[in-house]
Design a protein around this ligand. Structure first.
Ligand SMILES: [Zn+2]
Length: 396
């Protein structure tokens, strides 16, 4: 195909099934025998192929399915070290406690910028090849001022969606004085990191001794908000807890994990603008029970799916794998899962121009080597992402 420039329009045609999430195309937002026009890097038109307007360039996808690019709203891809031995031990029966993070913190502190940059670039390239066109990246493996700042500076080279997670865990050297660590996170560490971050996050999980309780988490988020950051929360992963209610209280864009929810948690989310981001590849990789996606969807909660790609609890960068898990293990329909992995992720990042293929959206789209989106779940583990356009340009 010819690469589109800002001035040239591109017709993507021969689309057997086009998943737009555009309510102008009915409740499903799905068209068949469709076409899509890209102009200036954005979607200019979608509709029946037979009615497509004339364009400068043309890409015929020969009956394949086109979906919006995946929005992976939760990742930890800046790190050093390898924890495959910990994974093997867990598969042999040891429970996941979150304590292995200390291994990654030590390796990340010791790594050069080049090592961290190369690792993150490799993982983002891996994500792109699997259809991800927007990715969020967190800090949280530095847990000192210099390394947290470095992580976010390097993450910013790869995405605008960067998250300060100094309050990931209390590092071993601060275990005797949590107060001092909170003062560091909400003081000098935040000041160094805020210029490179859009979001502030906290691991609110009182069940884990190295994570944070509700009051500590509220303090971290409030300090971030005062520094101009937007709040999001890791919550309710290892057991029931205050994470969801805190996220709703502070107006967080998203609360992530949501593995253990009460009826009150679901009701609080349903009455809020906070997205419930589910990370089923974590449950897969830690052999844990899956979140109750059906209860959330049936209550009207906005649901997102993301990878949580990280070296400890889930070292997968694959949104197609997450979609397959959501369908097979959490009872989501394939279309619900694709929507959560695209428009849902965009809502979790408060991005209004990605995650759909409505006119005006950035032309981020994935051509599947398959006739329908169902194949993402029907053919798990198979590389069916054929072509990825970001802003109308091929990136994979
Ligand atoms: Zn995470």
């Amino acid at each position: 195909m010819t690469e589109p420039t800002k001035d040239r329009t591109l017709l993507v045609t021969g689309i057997g099934e086009l998943v737009t999430h555009d309510p102008a195309h009915g409740a499903s937002g799905v068209l068949t025998d469709a076409a899509l026009v890209v102009s200036g890097g954005r979607v200019a038109w979608t509709g029946p192929a037979a009615q497509a307007p004339a364009t400068d360039d043309r890409l015929d996808v020969e009956g394949r399915c086109v979906i919006p690019g995946f929005v992976d709203s939760h990742s930890h891809v800046v790190f050093a070290g390898d924890r495959s031995a910990e994974f093997a031990a867990r598969m042999a029966g040891e429970p996941y406690t979150g304590g292995g993070i200390a291994t990654t913190v030590a390796a990340t502190r010791a790594a050069s910028d080049d090592v961290l940059r190369d690792g993150a670039r490799r993982l983002v390239a891996e994500m792109r090849a699997q259809g991800t066109t927007t990715v969020e990246i967190k800090s949280g493996y530095g847990q000192d001022v210099a390394t947290e700042e470095r992580m976010l500076r390097l993450a910013r080279e790869l995405t605008d969606e960067t998250t300060f997670l100094g309050a990931h865990t209390v590092p071993a050297e601060a275990a005797h004085d949590r107060r001092a660590y909170l003062d560091l996170v909400t003081g000098p560490m935040l000041a160094a990191c805020a210029p490179h971050a859009r979001w502030v996050d906290v691991f609110c999980e009182p069940a884990a001794p190295t994570a944070f309780d509700a009051d500590e988490s509220r303090e971290v988020l409030a300090a971030g908000i005062r520094a101009g950051l937007l709040p999001r929360v890791h919550g309710n992963q290892l057991g029931p807890g205050p994470g969801v209610r805190l996220a709703v209280e502070v107006g967080a864009a998203s609360v992530d994990h949501c593995t253990h929810l009460t009826g009150d948690d679901v009701a609080a989310l349903a009455g809020s603008s906070t997205v419930a981001t589910l990370l089923p590849a974590v449950e897969f990789s830690t052999r844990s029970p899956y979140p109750d996606a059906r209860a959330l969807l049936d209550a009207g909660v906005a649901v997102a799916l993301a990878t949580d790609c990280n070296p400890g609890s889930c070292y997968s960068s694959s949104m197609p794998f997450v979609v397959a898990l959501a369908v097979r293990e959490m009872g989501m329909t394939p279309l619900e899962a694709v929507r959560a992995a695209t428009a849902g992720g965009a809502a979790a990042l408060r991005c209004d121009d990605v995650g759909t293929l409505e006119p005006g959206a950035r032309a981020d789209l994935v051509v599947l080597d398959a006739p329908s989106h169902v194949h993402l779940a029907y053919r798990p583990g198979v590389p069916i992402v054929r072509t990825v356009l970001r802003g109308g340009r091929p990136v994979a």
